[in-house]
Write a new protein. Structure first.
Ligand code: NOJ
Length: 515
């Protein structure tokens, strides 16, 4: 019998390392902190953990500015701590995925320092994208994703490209040395036992020959932009796939690919390329049954039976807050968030959860300017608040910050936690069977229990416009996005509901699993 690779139906928990758990008391999360919380993750019922970058970094972009791809930043621990974490996770049956950042390095990376010292036209500069300007103007009109121009000028007159912060110079993937270096970095972590890699900005890497300017209306991460989704990038993933296939144990690659369509996404997961891509379509959809139905249909049509599902990550507003926007009901955001995850986890494929969503954490929207750290905030003059609000350290226990995030007497957490999170700590929620955490634990346990009986496809049920309902083998899932209660489809038993269900009716903003 053909065995299904572990990642096909896995629930992967994303750990934003700086904000998960701080063991050494410096106010920043670390690898030992994560190791100490592995029992929590096992009991939650996830299959794998994705760790955001923990490599040596000046932290201009929260570690996505990597200065050394083969080490651990002292803030987070060291390689021995990493090895202990992998060993303990594996002993519990939890897989470890690490983040790989191939589009750019940190400006503190030795390669970039060498490039700054070397003259224009040198092999050192050829590892990055240095160009002469047009008079006093940059080589083209590209913008940084974080705001402002994508070029910075050096005293010798040349400019270098950075699609993100100036401290994140883009690598030149047309240089074979870059390919060799990343193959070697992959080997380094594969040999240390990692189960997979999350590929940062996987639709980046290559830029169109000649670096043509873009018409302003074509900006953004469109598939046909000269800096995203170039055909050459697929050769990189074929190279990497070959390397991974030479290792035992189902190692995998999951790409961060922002596209306009599921068809574009599908190009990255051809059989000899990445194993998975994040499917951000649901995350981008409004709270409407019709929109979710389209996302699900398009996803299966383009990506087959083992896609991925995502509601939140460290780059977007937490979905409790997103779903609450525009609703008059004060608790609509949380109710919808619970209903969305219940629906999503009924679907074939794997799911990526973002730390804290199992606690129903909202976005922290009122962080003062002086504590903010996201370069987006600074590069837009504060116009775009940035992503700090979804990165606030996790509340574990107690009634006052740091809520068990750090030991007694530790430095203040790197971002302040709202005092009202006393209500949302893990400790509080474990004691409450109606809490969001208890709901997630029941949900993941039930998903595991049913796994063997669920086929890789779904069938839609006839429903009113604002309701979504489908069967997957013995399981029926129904979601009510409308304003009033609706009758539940025929069933013998309500297995789990995201909110109270009585009298055979499903209230608004609620989902249920039926049998
Ligand atoms: C995507 C990462 O998720 C984000 O946090 C980062 O800022 C950019 N890539 C640049 O590396």
């Amino acid at each position: 019998m053909e065995t299904i690779p572990w990642w096909h139906e896995a629930v992967v928990y994303q750990i934003y390392v700086r904000s998960f758990a701080d063991a050494d008391g410096d106010g920043v999360g670390d690898l030992e902190g994560i190791r100490g919380r592995l029992p929590y993750l096992s009991e939650l019922g996830v299959d794998a953990v994705w760790l955001t970058p923990f490599y040596p970094s000046p932290m201009v972009d929260g570690g996505y500015d990597v200065a050394d791809y083969r080490d651990v930043d002292p803030r987070f621990g060291d390689l021995a701590a990493f090895d202990r974490l992998v060993a303990d996770a594996h002993a519990r049956g939890l897989r470890i995925i690490v983040d790989l950042v191939p589009n750019h390095t940190s400006s503190a990376h030795p390669w970039f320092r060498q490039a700054l010292e070397a003259p224009p036209g040198s092999p050192e500069r050829d590892r990055y994208i240095f160009r002469d300007g047009v008079g006093d103007e940059p080589p083209n009109n590209w913008h940084s994703v974080f705001g402002g121009p994508a070029w910075t000028r050096l005293p010798d007159g040349q400019w270098y490209l950075h699609l993100f912060a100036p401290e994140q110079p883009d690598l030149n993937w047309r240089n074979p040395e870059v390919h060799q270096e990343f193959l070697d970095i992959l080997r380094f972590w594969l040999d240390r036992g990692v189960d997979g890699f999350r590929i940062d900005v996987a639709m980046g890497l290559y830029k169109a020959e000649g670096l043509p300017s873009v018409p302003p209306e074509a900006e953004g991460m469109r598939a046909d932009a000269p800096m995203w989704g170039r055909p050459e990038v697929h050769e990189v993933y074929r190279e990497w796939r070959k390397l991974l296939d030479g290792y035992d144990g189902d190692r995998m690659l999951v790409g961060e690919v922002w596209t306009d369509s599921a068809e574009d996404l599908a190009r990255y997961v051809r059989p000899d390329e990445l194993h998975q891509c994040f499917n951000f379509a649901w995350l981008e959809a409004p709270w409407e049954a019709a929109a979710f139905r389209t996302v699900i249909d398009d996803t299966f049509a383009a990506l087959g039976a083992a896609p991925t599902w995502v509601l939140s990550n460290h780059d977007v507003v937490r979905h409790v807050t997103r779903y609450g926007e525009g609703s008059l009901e004060p608790d609509a955001g949380l109710a919808r968030a619970r209903a969305a995850v219940l629906t999503m986890l009924a679907l074939p494929g794997s799911a990526y959860l973002y730390q804290g969503e199992e606690l129903g954490l909202p976005e922290v929207t009122d962080l003062p300017a002086e504590v903010r750290q996201d370069p987006t905030f600074f590069r837009t003059g504060g116009e775009v608040p940035g992503r700090d609000g979804c990165r606030v350290p996790i509340p574990w226990s107690g009634t006052r910050p740091p809520f068990g995030f750090a030991p007694e007497g530790a430095a203040e957490p790197w971002l302040p936690q709202p005092p009202e999170w006393a209500e949302l700590t893990v400790e509080r929620q474990l004691a409450d069977p109606a809490s969001t955490l208890s709901f997630y634990r029941r949900l993941l346990a039930l998903r595991r229990e049913l796994a063997g009986s669920l086929p890789p496809g779904i069938a839609w049920l006839e429903t009113p416009e604002e309701v979504l309902a489908f069967t997957r083998g013995p399981l029926t899932c129904v979601l009510n996005c409308g304003d009033g209660p609706v009758p539940l489809p025929a069933h013998r038993e309500v297995l789990l509901a995201s909110g109270p269900v009585t009298g055979g009716e499903l209230p608004p903003d609620t989902a249920a699993w039926l049998r």
